[in-house]
Write a protein that binds this ligand. Structure first.
Ligand code: G1P
Length: 164
């Protein structure tokens, strides 16, 4: 799982925070990473890219709910759950594959038991950090999202990129 992949980078991470990008979630037209780095610096907080998804699709994503609104595109996260069912999803606000994570996530990942579908999920380690009172901000990015995680999305994204 994603958490296990992140754990493999432990030796390379020297700073308090690091940026992690999932390669099948492209955000084009605006520099989303730069916006997230600014939020990280301003609020001394972890950050996750986010957007609303259709309720019928919540089980494809990590889904979070809000503790506090900071401004129109930034929210303090109350809790996050990996790929919930429509019935149990706390909202339709999804985590997109771009994160600024604290170094302390490595000690969580080391102890992390496998979760949904037997994988070590970064989402579960994040939820564990939130429970320990670490601040995580969801950032509703302003760029264009290209989902390469499905065959249809991949083909659509390729066409979009050819037009850039
Ligand atoms: C991963 C994360 C999930 C997140 C998604 C974004 O899932 O585990 O929380 O919402 O990326 O694309 P994956 O797409 O690897 O199944």
């Amino acid at each position: 799982g994603t958490g296990n992949a992140v754990l493999k980078t432990k030796k390379l991470i020297k700073n308090d925070y690091f940026l992690m990008l999932l390669p099948d979630d492209l955000i084009v037209k605006k520099n989303c990473s730069k916006a997230m780095i600014n939020i990280n610096k301003k609020f001394k907080s972890s950050v996750m890219a986010s957007m609303k998804v259709k309720r019928k699709n919540v089980s494809r994503w990590g889904i979070y709910n809000i503790k506090k609104r900071i401004d129109k595109s930034n929210f303090i996260i109350k809790s996050v759950v990996e790929k919930p069912s429509i019935k149990t999803a706390p909202s339709n606000k999804a985590v997109i594959g771009r994160y600024i994570l604290p170094k302390s996530i490595f000690s969580k990942l080391k102890k992390q038991k496998s979760g949904k579908d037997g994988e070590i999920h970064i989402t579960d380690a994040i939820q564990s950090l939130i429970k320990d009172k670490n601040k995580f901000i969801a950032h509703n990015f302003s760029g264009k999202y290209l989902d390469c995680g499905s065959m249809q999305g991949y083909i659509k994204s390729t066409l979009e990129i050819s037009k850039l």
